[in-house]
Design a protein around this ligand. Structure first.
Ligand code: FES
Length: 165
């Protein structure tokens, strides 16, 4: 009887060690794969162009700012080019003229990053803080099948791309 009990306790101990080791191994392997999806970003229909409000609309699900001026649209990514925080759109109390490249441009709004203080002019150019480059402009198109406005986050475009419908 004593022998059976000892044998049982030995097997229980070994089983526990194996279970502990397997658990640790699983946790270690799991830590190699972060809980972030790096899959292909989506191409999203955001609605009929005439239903998009005039001015600025932020799509939090896409982290994209959509701008409408009558029949003309453009989109700027809300993802900070430093470490990816979402930038806030800030209307300036009065317009200011800034030199961007070799041109003087009047800006009425900016983007401010709440994480490390980067700031971007309203057309996306970074001018202070650690962000290494401007915000991305996202290409817009009209879906041929139903006329809806489409944002494709995989398609960055040149600054000042505008879609007129
Ligand atoms: S993530 Fe925007 S400044 Fe760092």
């Amino acid at each position: 009887m004593k022998l059976i009990r000892r044998e049982f306790l030995n097997k229980l101990g070994i089983g526990s060690l194996i279970a502990l080791f397997a658990g640790q191994l699983y946790m270690w392997i799991r830590s190699l794969f972060p809980n972030v999806s790096y899959g292909k970003l989506r191409r999203v229909k955001i609605g009929n162009p005439q239903d998009i409000p005039e001015g600025m609309t932020f799509r939090n699900d896409l982290k994209v700012y959509i701008f409408r001026e009558r029949n003309t649209f453009h989109a700027i990514s809300g993802v900070c080019t430093h470490l990816g925080c979402t930038v806030n759109h800030v209307n300036l109390s009065r317009p200011k003229t800034v030199r961007i490249g070799d041109r003087d441009i009047e800006v009425r709004s900016e983007f401010h990053c709440p994480c490390h203080g980067s700031k971007f002019y309203g057309e996306g150019t970074n001018y202070t803080g650690p962000a290494p480059r401007p915000l991305d402009w996202i290409e817009l198109e009209i879906a041929p099948e139903d006329g809806k406005l489409v944002v494709d986050l995989d398609r960055k475009t040149t600054k000042n791309f505008k879609l007129t419908v």
